[in-house]
Design a protein around this ligand. Sequence first.
Ligand code: 1CP
Length: 342
Amino acid sequence: MAGSSAFLKACRSERADRVPVWFMRQAGRSLPEYRRLRGEGSILEAVRRPELAAELTLQPVRRYGVDAAILFSDILVPVAALGVGLDVVPGRGPVVHEPFRSAADLVRLRPLEPEVDLPYVLETVRILAAELDVPLIGFAGAPFTVASYLVEGGASRDYARTKALMHDEPATWHELAGRLAEIALATLRAQVAAGAAAVQLFDSWAGALSRADYERFALPSSRRVLQGLADLGVPRIHFGVCTGELLDLMAGAGAEVVGVDWRVPLDAARRRVGPRPALQGNLDPALCLAGFDAAASETRRILSEAGGRPGHVFNLGHGVLPGTDPDVLARLVELVHDEGRP
Ligand code: 1CP
């Protein structure tokens, strides 16, 4: 499978027989079979059950015919396993009970030992590697994005406390980001050893930073994670939202693939990143709620902006929105496979 997968070829900017497609946050949310199986309770509980987590990973692969699976887990699972005091509350999202505010909080982030701290995640990966006939994407949160939850205490609009920490106590910030880089790196290396065929580093909220702050406070630790994976030989995907002004910097961090949200057309993104990295994206997830015809015409525009050049992984510009009709996603997969010219 591995060598012939359209997804892995596109990640390496090699010509494949079709444009591969998968959807960020393809598990859950809109799938009725997910809601039936998942039950109530925190996602952190579901992730601790490998048979369940594997099945939730497989559901969208069966339903949509996508070219890659993404592990059912969360970017906050590793820091939760270290006991930082974090819940992911259904309907609300992550909550950190005592947010990180000073150098004294750093002791709460000891080094991660994946086989000891996250055995259930690695068991899920092993089950999936044996069952899947498409590549499994492992993932981790980038230091800036994970730090934003630890410092803000949950989701944020302005990242004010995170930015204040960077500028008021840069040494503390760099130590925090460095520890989170080691945690992400250990997580991803263990996922690959257990059978993940590609990895994605989610720096979802990096677009909140100016170029100068991104270069100084976020890029070095993300680069450390991506470059620390180089010897494994698996494709690395580097993703964020609202990152149009950062794409060239992200492209220099070491990944084979750079994610692009819907705000920048792929031909413009290509000019910003240069010839090397493959691009992943970039349908606005909201358009999937507008109905198939609207989503289809945008999809055709995106395929044409990709320009029939190898190195395009079709995806949404961010995750599937709750309320998306699964049939729209299934039909988009068919459309990309039928009409995409890699
Ligand atoms: O309990 C639940 O079921 C609630 C919803 C949920 C789910 C299904 C959360 C809480 N996480 C997840 C799974 C998840 N998270 C996956 C698995 C694969 C899949 O769904 O297909 C992945 C890849 C993630 C990654 C993730 N978690 C990101 C990066 C991607 C992105 O959307 O930008 C982020 C930022 C999170 C944090 C998080 N976890 C959960 C929520 C609701 C959030 C976002 C909160 C916020 O807006 O800040």
